[in-house]
Design a protein around this ligand. Structure first.
Ligand code: XLS
Ligand code: NI
Ligand code: NI
Length: 447
């Protein structure tokens, strides 16, 4: 890391003074994210465990279906050479350091070019892994999770584990075996399975039962392998309903948890919940987190957001403070992120193409999460919501309610008890009042 790939950009600092009047003079900095500040008993950096992703940050030229790439990447000569790949990694670690982002995530193919054979691809990856291992020890940045790209290469056009061809399944096993091993070698705290093409485009050509069973077999042997090599990271599945496929088998938290239970995989995997995938599934992020958390299966978060009304995974940076508040409330309620993190699986808009926009974008997301963390901590400290929910279910904690919960009463006994209740008097759920209390707490004070 001798070269300065981001000249003129200093390490971002916490600086809460009001922004300068002219946007042209704005230098990237944190207005709210103060890494060492204690919130809810831990430093912000430990609560938030930010990660940047290699794919959007380094490999996304920001092209769209209607236009060419726009991102300025002076460190990248566009070649598939190992030298270029190493220079890109240097730029990425400089970016992490300057942006004060402690962790990162990658796909095997983001980091190193694919070769003509499996052996060649593995040699390429090994060279880059050795290089980033040095960068990690020089900078102190850690790998949150690794993954294998089982969706870009044309061989995966029908799916990887769910391909109708066993040869493709085999290719996917080779890639995952290697990706798991390099993730372990880099000290990864997790490993993600995102089945981009593990679904169907039309049922006219698809044996859904077979494909789901194949996917389960794949996850069984992959998790067996992780165990056999002594991988101590958490294995994560990242649900998404569709895009690129019409329907993906791990479509949301509930479907994925059901899939894991059906095939004897529950407990081996946790979920990596991505905001924009939740909205694509027609759910709120809050819902997806609540479902995963209730099953003890909330592992990590891909922190981004969608664009309402657009049915795409637009992967915007998460700048909505109500959203980050809801996310951090779910995280604090489950006792913190543990081995997980907040991975910015997010990309700049195509028109934000300058290198400095990478810093503005991540700082915007980090500030929004700092605000969300503080607001969530205030909601918990305030206690009114928690108390309201507790009181709402109070009857279940009285002796009769407890016996029913413990399975001590039959339906007939319950029906007999019903006759003893003179008046059934439901209480108001006070939704609008609660929403107003949340607004008061979120917007009254941010520090
Ligand atoms: C795509 C997914 C992908 C995973 C990693 O929509 O979010 O980026 O996070 O394969
Ligand atoms: Ni993701
Ligand atoms: Ni996504």
């Amino acid at each position: 890391m001798t070269l300065e790939h981001f000249p003129g950009i200093a390490r971002l600092q916490f600086d809460p003074t009001p922004a300068v009047r002219s946007i042209a003079q704005c230098r990237p900095r944190f207005h709210h994210y103060n890494p060492s500040e204690i919130v809810a008993g831990r430093s912000m950096q430990d609560q938030l465990r930010f990660a940047a992703c290699y794919w959007h940050t380094m490999r996304n030229g920001l092209g769209d279906p209607f236009g060419a790439a726009t991102a300025q990447t002076p460190w990248d000569d566009g070649s598939a050479s190992i030298e270029n790949a190493k220079r890109r990694a240097d730029a990425f670690f400089e970016f992490l350091t300057k942006c004060q982002i402690g962790r990162w995530c990658f796909h095997d193919r983001d980091l190193a070019p694919e070769g003509q054979t499996i052996a060649q691809s593995e040699r390429n990856l090994d060279q880059l892994v050795a290089h980033v291992a040095q960068l990690q020890s020089a900078t102190g940045h850690r790998l949150l999770w690794g993954t294998a790209n089982l969706f870009s290469h044309p061989r995966y056009l029908h799916g990887a584990a769910t391909s109708p061809s066993v040869d493709v399944f085999l290719q996917a096993t080779a890639q995952v075996r290697k990706a798991l091993e390099v993730t372990q070698a880099l000290g990864g705290e997790g490993y993600v399975f995102w089945g981009g093409r593990e679904g169907y485009d039309t049922l006219l050509n698809t044996d859904l039962a077979r494909e789901r069973a194949q996917m389960a077999r794949f996850l069984h042997i992959a998790s067996d392998h992780a165990q056999s090599i002594g991988f101590t990271g958490v294995l994560l599945i990242e649900p998404k309903p569709h895009e690129p496929t019409t329907h993906q088998y791990d479509s949301d938290s509930e479907a994925t948890l059901n899939f894991l239970r059906e095939f004897g995989l529950f407990g081996r995997f946790k979920l990596n919940i991505e905001t924009n995938h939740a909205t694509l599934a027609g759910h709120s992020m809050q819902h997806e987190l609540a479902v995963a958390s209730a099953a003890g299966s909330l592992g990590s978060i891909d922190a981004n957001m969608g664009t309402s009304g657009l049915g795409w995974d637009t992967d915007r940076f998460p700048t909505d403070v109500m959203l980050t508040t809801e996310i951090m409330l779910a995280v604090l309620n489950m006792g913190g992120l543990k081995q997980g993190g907040l991975n910015f699986d997010a990309k700049r808009r195509r028109a934000s193409f300058e290198p400095v926009d990478l810093f503005h974008a991540h700082a915007a997301g980090m500030d929004a999460f700092a605000l969300g963390l503080k607001a969530a901590a205030r909601i918990r400290a305030d206690g009114r919501l928690h108390e309201f929910v507790r009181a709402r279910y109070e009857s279940w904690d009285a002796p009769l309610g407890q016996s029913i919960r413990a399975g001590q009463l039959t339906l007939a006994q319950c029906a007999h008890e019903a006759t003893k209740v003179a008046v059934v008097a439901p209480a108001s759920a006070r939704q609008e009042l609660l929403e107003s209390i949340v607004n008061d707490i979120v917007f009254t004070s941010d520090r």
